[in-house]
Design a protein around this ligand. Structure first.
Ligand SMILES: O=C(O)C(=O)/C=C/C=C/O
Length: 464
């Protein structure tokens, strides 16, 4: 039974709930569910630790980040096993992306914080400079798609900036966070700096509402994001949101077709399409449309199947497959549930799917599906491609496939998105601004911008 982690130690309190293995649908573990008393104890533990943690020199906190990275390396296999047990992710992806990014996140922000210059301005007889103070106690609400990657992406800058945290992982994916709690204890991290409580969205709401929480950072659905905004509004708490996407890919006839097929397939089907950066709308120049679609459909049939995180989410994805058929889509491949004739048949799998022929105004092309699926449509001109890509309520990421350098820069600069990848996808320099526009979120994290969110500058001006 997984327990909460508060004040540096386990806390077995609250009702328990089951976690299912998405591969088989079987119960893989039970977890304690935080109630208001547990949430209050976690916030108070974070509050009690906040003063001493904030008083440490940033270089010492950077040292703690490096020790946590070493702890993750030490427990690497346990983290991989826990993440796969909760999500059914492929072993290769978990070992090369999900857990290694936890190490990279802590190491990157240790360096970014340690080397961060402070502003100073000097006028005749007047000196102004800034100091950065932490926000205090930060609630970190983490989604189920990249649980460890995203928890550490938020924790590293929050902690190195001098905040203490209360983390609420998704109810679907508590395992890797529970191992991380052990790593915090093994590393000797001061008690109360990191606190982890488990539960459903209601447990997250307890944190967001808590008067002892000074800021909220959240990655997840736009719907949950707007609910959090309403809750924090009257307290005007700082919020950093990385929400949904309906990301477009533009494939021009002058692309390297092999790279474009490989890259777009990866951008559609990685993690079962359960990444906010995945492509769900592909626009392909008409002269190569048929060939590209045939090759993409073939790639979809070769993808290692990954289950959806839950039966509920599987049903949501399948409802969009049914919607596409009901609206007369041409299903190039997939569109249903794979039959394995083994234990996976009781899991939450859907077929990797490619459809075409739907209107830009179909719900299929307007709403985030968050599964291994995309719609493909042809375009003729560059201007038309840009308008199609920008014709969305979301604006998180986009991909662009062309070997024409002028076109790459020209088109990328006109896309209404926070992130544009050219001839690649999900290649990450952790120092760059990361986040989206429109319904995809508020603010940017990444590099110094993460430190800007997790700290408040004070400008001090002295008459010399
Ligand atoms: O790669 C990252 O730093 C990141 O934040 C990924 C977010 C993916 C969300 O689904």
């Amino acid at each position: 039974m997984l327990t909460h982690f508060i004040g540096g130690g386990p806390l077995a309190a609250g009702k328990s709930f089951p976690v299912h293995d998405p591969v088989t649908g079987a119960v893989v573990r039970h977890v304690h569910e935080a109630d208001p008393e547990v949430a209050d104890r976690a916030v108070r533990a974070a509050r009690e630790a906040a003063r001493d943690w904030a008083a440490l020199p940033v270089g010492e906190r950077a040292g703690w980040m490096r020790r946590l990275a070493e702890g993750i390396e030490r427990r690497f296999d346990d983290l991989v096993a826990a993440e796969i047990a909760d999500t059914g992710k492929p072993l290769e992806q978990t070992r090369t992306l999900d857990i290694p990014r936890g190490i990279a996140n802590f190491r990157a922000f240790a360096e970014i914080a340690a080397q961060r210059p402070d502003d100073a301005f000097h006028l005749a007889g007047v000196l102004s400079y800034t100091v950065h103070r932490p926000l205090g106690v930060v609630a970190v609400i983490v989604p189920w798609n990249l649980p460890f990657l995203l928890m550490t992406w938020k924790l590293a800058p929050a902690l190195v900036s001098g905040n203490t945290v209360v983390v609420k992982p998704s109810e679907h994916t508590p395992g890797s966070a529970a191992v991380f709690a052990e790593i915090c204890a093994e590393t000797g991290l001061p008690p109360g700096v990191v606190n982890i409580i488990f539960g459903y969205g209601s447990a997250g709401r307890l944190l967001v509402e808590h008067p002892g929480v000074d800021a909220v950072t959240f990655t997840g659905s736009t719907a949950t994001g707007t609910a959090i905004m309403r809750t924090v509004a009257e307290r005007v708490k700082p919020i950093s949101f990385e929400l949904g996407g309906k990301n477009a890919g533009l494939v021009f006839e002058d692309c390297d077709l092999d790279r474009a097929v490989e890259g777009t397939a990866r951008s559609v089907f990685t993690n079962g399409g359960q990444v906010c950066l995945c492509t769900e709308r592909l626009y392909v120049q008409r002269s190569i449309f048929e060939e590209f679609c045939g090759r993409l459909a073939q790639s979809a049939r070769e993808v290692e199947p990954q289950p959806m995180i839950s039966a509920e989410h599987r049903d949501k994805v399948l409802s969009f497959y049914a919607l596409a058929r009901s609206e007369g889509a041409k299903v190039l491949t997939g569109g249903g549930v794979p039959v394995f004739n083994d234990h996976r048949d009781s899991g939450y799998f859907v077929e990797p799917t490619v459809v075409a022929g739907l209107s830009e105004w179909s719900r299929f092309n307007r709403e985030e599906i968050f599964g291994p699926v995309c719609h493909v449509a042809p375009f003729d001109s560059e201007a038309e491609a840009i308008d199609l890509a920008n014709g969305s309520d979301y604006g998180l990421a986009a991909t662009l496939w062309t070997t024409n350098l002028d076109r790459a820069h020209r088109v990328a600069q006109r896309l209404e998105a926070g992130l544009v990848w050219v001839n690649t996808w999900y290649l990450r320099d952790l120092r760059t601004p990361f986040g989206g526009v429109k319904l995809s979120g508020i603010g940017r994290e990444g590099g110094a911008r993460s430190l800007d969110f997790y700290s408040e500058p004070t400008t001090i001006t002295i008459k010399l």
